[in-house]
Design a protein around this ligand. Structure first.
Ligand code: KIV
Length: 275
């Protein structure tokens, strides 16, 4: 089923307010990551609602095992490029590990710096409880904040694994409590990563702000995936929550092999491709 292009939610620049209206109207929110101008341009012109410049760039762009070493400078560099390409989507920049956990002041200053230097529309940070004070200050100052609960990859060295979260009652209760606290602090939406679908549904129904799932089941108000996963560029990462919509890895591989072959057999460039 495709979505009508004339819906009031399809035109004009997406705002945080629009996302809340979409939740109210039961219109699902589509989100993807992007890290550079060319890909962001394609994703934005396809009609995506939100583009996240995720710290997953540490994995898919920089080739690291974790997101821990991503810096504010990395996020600023990539977000600038994505913002230039995005005419319609709301662009959200991830706050990297240790750019907001030290104190409310540090979080506030770094979020402000990211917004000013990149012109993005919002920031995202991981965790509940302790970050709520920072979220309240940022929101108050006009910096829209997206939360991120469930599996929070910046805590990989604490948890030691990327297993699903909220699978037992205590963990599920903590996630529910953190979600309410983030909402009270002013977050405009929350990403839920790798939690049971039932918990995703319960939280979605209990919050006024949109829930964006990644491995959090079909009941969330929106969905997000890392673009390299859903386009089949990544070959060594296959969690069940990723649906592959293309096999770009094979496509690029075949195209590059063809290019190499054409050079070797002296077919490229031909007369039409020469001056
Ligand atoms: O960094 C990222 O790409 C993310 C998404 C997986 C939600 O946080």
């Amino acid at each position: 089923m495709s979505v009508s292009r004339s819906s009031k939610f399809n035109d004009k620049k997406v705002t945080t307010l629009r996302l809340k209206e979409m939740k109210k109207a039961g219109v699902r929110i589509s989100c993807l990551t992007a890290y550079d101008y060319t890909i962001a341009k394609i994703i934005d012109s396809s009609g995506i609602d939100l583009i996240l410049v995720g710290d997953s760039l540490g994995n898919v762009i920089q080739g690291n095992e974790t997101t821990i070493s991503v810096t504010i400078e990395d996020i600023i560099y990539h977000t600038k490029a994505v913002v230039k390409a995005s005419e319609r989507a709301l662009v959200v920049a991830d706050m990297p590990f240790m750019s907001y956990q030290v104190s409310g002041n540090q979080a506030f200053r770094n979020a402000g710096r990211i917004m000013k230097e990149t012109n993005c529309s919002a920031v995202k940070l991981e965790g509940g409880g302790v970050v709520c004070e920072a979220v309240a200050r940022m929101t108050d100052a006009g910096i829209p904040v997206m939360g991120h609960l469930g599996l929070t990859p910046q805590k990989i060295n604490h948890f030691g694994s990327y297993r699903a979260r909220g699978t037992d009652k205590d963990e599920a209760d903590n996630i529910k409590e953190d979600a309410l606290r983030l909402q009270d602090a002013g977050a405009f939406a929350i990403v839920f990563e790798k939690i049971p679908a039932e918990l995703g549904q319960e939280i979605t129904e209990s919050l006024e702000i949109p829930t964006i799932g990644i491995g959090a089941g079909p009941h969330c108000d929106g969905q997000i995936l890392v673009y390299t996963d859903m386009l089949g560029l990544t070959i060594d990462f296959n969690p069940r929550f990723v649906r592959k919509y293309a096999d770009l890895n094979k496509n690029i591989h075949d195209s590059v092999s063809q290019y190499i072959n054409d050079i070797k057999i002296k077919d490229f460039p031909n007369d039409d491709e020469s001056y």
